[in-house]
Write a protein that binds this ligand. Structure first.
Ligand code: 0GY
Length: 306
């Protein structure tokens, strides 16, 4: 941790020695949801941030990538850096073409700056509706941003809680870009996977031009990472949601680690275990190839082989 910043009290640091997964990721796997934090003495955290994390550098992200057998990353701007995309861009550029970026921008960003971000490897912006992460999400500003980025062929990444979908759905539907939804729309996994809340989300995805990240079992779970006798899955309460998502939308799902896992309270996951979770929810080789390689390549490196 850099001397200039003190971590949020109770902050859980990312896992230093992840296990080597038993499941071998297919060649060309893309981790479509990860972040870099700082380091704070090089890339200071934003004054308006809601948390101060443990530093998590590009070099540390790439070491994890190689350890897990991932080929490429999509690095999502974290709210602790506000709209200063420098740390994310530095990481994308250090990847030698093996990373893309998702930025946070303001509505008055210049065309020249948008072109600069595009040339550097940015392919989308993120709209965050979680009140614990951002003060406001004024939809007029967001609509302006979406109109500005649409001509670049970028998409909008949406982060919201399942309970808020009803209020936001019309706004989302009117956006002029493809949509990428974080963490399966954050379902309450205490509710049934075949119940009305998740059903509403699936109907929203059905409209098309929507991609879904099957990510963050560690964030959604109440049952936790332990496998129990007779129930071999870690994060077993998330399994029916992820399986349903992948079965019903095999061509629209993508996967990621969410390293370095901001704001977790119950436990910090072993990233190797997160890889071993994949075959529990993508149960055929064809599903895994689409989830891990073919779908994210179509979205982030169109025209390139995985
Ligand atoms: C995530 C989740 C969270 C945080 C952020 O940008 C962020 O600060 O994304 C969260 O706290 O739920 O997707 O990494």
């Amino acid at each position: 941790m850099s001397a200039a910043f003190t971590k949020t009290p109770g902050w859980l640091d990312w896992y230093r020695n992840p296990s080597r997964p038993a499941f071998r990721l297919p060649a060309g796997t893309v981790d479509t949801h990860c972040h870099v934090f700082g380091p704070g003495d090089t890339f200071p955290y934003a004054p308006e941030r809601k948390y101060t994390p443990c530093d998590a550098s590009a070099a540390q992200l790439f070491a994890l990538r190689d350890h897990l057998g991932v080929s490429r990353n999509v690095i999502v701007q974290a709210t602790c850096h506000g709209a200063d995309n420098s740390a994310m861009l530095d990481a994308v550029q250090a990847s030698g073409g093996r990373a893309r970026g998702i930025a946070t921008v303001r509505p008055d960003i210049s065309d020249a700056e948008l072109r600069r971000l595009d040339a550097a490897g940015v392919r989308g912006v993120r709209f965050n509706f979680l009140k614990r992460l951002v003060d406001t999400a004024p939809t007029e500003d967001l609509a302006t941003i979406a109109a500005r980025i649409a001509p670049l062929g970028w998409h909008v990444v949406l982060y919201f809680e399942a309970a808020d979908l009803g209020d936001l759905e019309d706004f989302f539907t009117a956006l002029p870009t493809p949509l990428v939804i974080d963490h399966m729309g954050r379902p309450d996994v205490g509710l049934p996977a075949d119940g009305p809340e998740f059903g509403r989300f699936l109907r929203f995805v059905e409209r098309g031009d929507v991609w879904v990240k099957v990510t963050c079992p560690e964030r959604l779970t109440a049952t936790g990472p332990a496998a129990l006798d007779g129930e071999p899955h870690p994060y077993r309460d998330v399994v029916p949601f992820a399986r349903r998502m992948i079965e019903e939308f095999p061509d629209a799902v993508i996967w990621g680690t969410d390293w370095p896992h901001p704001n977790l309270k119950s436990h910090m996951p072993d990233d190797g275990l997160l890889v071993d979770f994949v075959p529990q929810v993508a149960v055929t080789a064809e599903q895994r190839q689409k989830l891990l390689v073919d779908n994210p390549m179509r979205l982030y490196w169109p025209g390139e082989a995985g």
